[in-house]
Design a protein around this ligand. Sequence first.
Ligand code: SP5
Ligand code: ZN
Length: 345
Amino acid sequence: MQPVILGDDRHRSHDPPFELNAGQHVAPVWEQPARIDAIAGALRAAGYRIAAPEPCDDEVLTTVHAAAMVDFARHGYAQWLEAGGPEVMIPDTFPPPAALRHGRCPTSPLGAAGWWCTDTATPIVAGTYAAARAGVDLAVTGADLLVGGTEAVYALTRPPGHHAGPDSYGGFCLFNPAAIAARRLSEHGPVAVLDLDVHHGNGTQDIFWRDGQVLVVSLHGDPDHLYPFFSGRAEERGEGPGHGATHNLPLPAGTADEAYLRVLHTAAEVIHDHGPLAVVVSLGFDTSSADPIGSMALSTDAYLRIGRLLRDLGRPLLLIQEGGYAIDRLGDYATAVLDGLTEPT
Ligand code: SP5
Ligand code: ZN
């Protein structure tokens, strides 16, 4: 299969000067424009052309995110500035569980960020909305290409998305392009999301928790040692009509190629049994041994083997870029996945 690559330079407008990790000022940030520029550069050098997305309507945002959260994403930063907030919007106050039961988003723009945001490592700056919105255009264009018969699309989204949920954002993510694409594809039949980022895709899990049409299968570092800490355990299986359509495969720190590929094969069987008309892959490269914030130890060869396994699923594929922070390695990983995908069987 010959994949279509989609990219959009608007990702560069999300360029925060620092983030807070464990209360510490961290600069440069992990999730930076050079990540996607590195991947795009390597793909061009390998002979791929990168196509622009079609703009999609704002309505797609509320197919997975609450309207009030979308409102906050669009206007919250300007209101924060007007209220005297600094150039980088990072909340310092978060609602405790009791407040979530009886509470609502405060009217203070300085308090609102803590209502929606789950951590201090996801700074919002003037260009964040535009970049995240461009990522949604990429994902929706990709979904529509699959519906039109394209076999494989790779969307170079940034910021990433799989930690953004129905009514929360965080983990470097504002909107969830993979979830938006999966929901759109699910109008046509069953869909699978395969989340390969090293961090559990808590946002995607929450979005499809009660949705039996969209299978969510995730391989990730065990949340007992890795972000997002509070979800991603094997006993989380979905609820109501979605019961059994969530599959978490947490892996120990140090997991390397053979163990990872073995578990990925079982994930492929689960996907096969669901009979999806398309598979959306949340593709993180933070599973690599070189990643500065991951917990696993995959080699470049593992990404080639992942590409072959995705090809062997035999379904239309939409790859959405998620994490991966070893910037000088990302181009090799991305080309390795595409090499595996395009290799003749
Ligand atoms: C999409 C994605 O990969 N999001 C990951 C969000 C992780 N946020 C927490 C970052 C904490 C980094 N801690 C660094 C420890 C280095 N030893
Ligand atoms: Zn990640």
